[in-house]
Design a protein around this ligand. Structure first.
Ligand code: ADP
Length: 377
């Protein structure tokens, strides 16, 4: 099948040069069809009239009676913005002009000598090949953007689902808790020892479920419940956390110490949740006579690096990544209460704030939880 000819819009006010271009692209079997206009206005008008069937290529003289060839680009800064590949012709070779043309979205620049003009078809072929690459790249970029949007939407749906389910489960659970309470109050004496034991187990199970649901709700709120970014003096925040954790600290005979911490711009609520979880774990997974959690923070140009170090039981190497998964617990003995959601919440908070979190640890040698936050200053 014969290939349809490809239209070139040629904008050139000097007839001799237009003829040279026509000849360069001519020949009986030429696949090119040249539409020649002599100024910008005519070119714009023609482009408008042929909007549904734009040319494959525009070749334009730089200096024209009513403007410059770059006016075709209408303030574009890249070929994609121009929308049609553009080659600029000029009577003089100037690097400045070449740079200006390329910055205005032209794809190439050709000096208007008889020899150079003869080479134009090859330049045109090359430009069209590049244009295909640009279009392909743009298509892939668009597709990627679409995937990202779809993924974000799916994630949001999942979080909405988690949030709704956890919220809705709370009501029947509260009712179960209330009836268990009534059963224990009014009917415990009618049951034998085994019956009361079973009832106790049901009560414990329901309490555990309630905490898990509460954790799920917290997890789904991270990133959805955007609290205001404020200037937070972490030294002050730590004092507040120590007061909140004072029962645990006293019960364990432990201590929480910190060097001077920076003041950061962040979401205070989540920062508190993060430090609370890490410090609480440091005291909890600890068999030392004197549990100790040390906190330090270092500021660099790009990041803050925080470390929460304990002298606790430590973690085996094979578990270092796993512990950040939801409901994943390594130390499951009844000695350590918990649901296994704390570190998943910490990870989500840090990632939501634009940082990373990891742990360095060896069994029996304590653990150091490290996390970074971007420094926007
Ligand atoms: P939870 O504290 O409810 O068990 P987390 O998500 O906070 O859940 O922690 C997950 C698991 O990681 C814990 O069950 C424990 O096995 C391990 N872990 C967390 N923090 C420490 C720590 N400081 N030292 C040793 N093990 C830890």
């Amino acid at each position: 099948m014969e290939e349809a000819s490809k239209t070139i819009l040629l904008i050139e006010d000097e007839e001799a040069h237009a003829e040279l271009v026509r000849r360069a692209f001519g020949g009986t079997d030429s696949k090119w069809e040249i539409h020649h206009v002599v100024n910008i206005n005519e070119a714009l008008k023609w482009l408008e009239e042929n909007e549904s069937k734009p040319p494959f290529l525009i070749i334009s003289d730089y200096l024209l009676p009513d403007g410059t060839g770059l006016d075709i680009a209408k303030g574009a800064t890249s070929p994609e913005e121009v929308g049609i590949p553009l080659i600029i012709l000029t009577a003089f070779g100037s690097e400045q002009l070449a740079v200006r043309s390329l910055k205005s979205g032209a794809m190439d620049y050709v000096v208007k000598s008889a020899e150079e003009l003869q080479e134009l078809p090859w330049t045109a072929e090359r430009v069209l090949r590049e244009w295909e690459h640009i279009k392909e790249r743009r298509r892939v970029e668009k597709e990627l953007e679409r995937y990202v949007r779809e993924l974000e939407r799916a994630n949001r749906d999942l979080e909405d689902f988690t949030s709704t389910i956890s919220h809705d489960l709370q009501a029947p659970l509260r009712s179960i808790q209330a009836f268990i309470f009534l059963l224990m109050e009014d009917y415990a004496t009618l049951l034998d020892e085994t019956g009361r034991e079973y009832l106790n187990k049901v009560k414990e199970g329901v309490e555990r479920m309630s905490v898990q649901i509460e954790d799920l709700l917290t997890l789904s709120r991270v990133g959805r419940k955007f609290t205001e970014v404020e200037t937070v003096d972490l030294n002050e925040l730590l004092e507040e956390i120590k007061t909140d954790l004072s029962a645990r600290i006293e019960e364990r005979g432990g201590e929480v110490v910190a060097g001077k911490l920076p003041t950061v711009s962040t979401q205070r609520v989540w920062m508190k949740e993060l430090f609370m979880n890490l410090i609480d774990n440091g005291l909890k997974f600890n068999r030392s006579d004197k549990p100790k959690v040390e906190i330090s923070g270092k500021e660099s140009d790009k990041n803050y690096l925080f470390r929460v170090k304990d002298n606790g039981i430590g973690i085996e190497e094979g578990h270092l990544d796993r512990i950040f998964n939801l409901f994943e617990r390594v130390h499951t003995s009844s000695e350590y209460e918990g649901t296994g959601a704390g570190l998943a919440i910490c990870k989500k908070i840090v990632e939501e704030l634009g940082g990373d979190i990891w742990v360095e640890s060896k069994p029996g040698e304590g653990s150091t939880f490290c996390f970074t936050l971007p420094n926007y200053r």
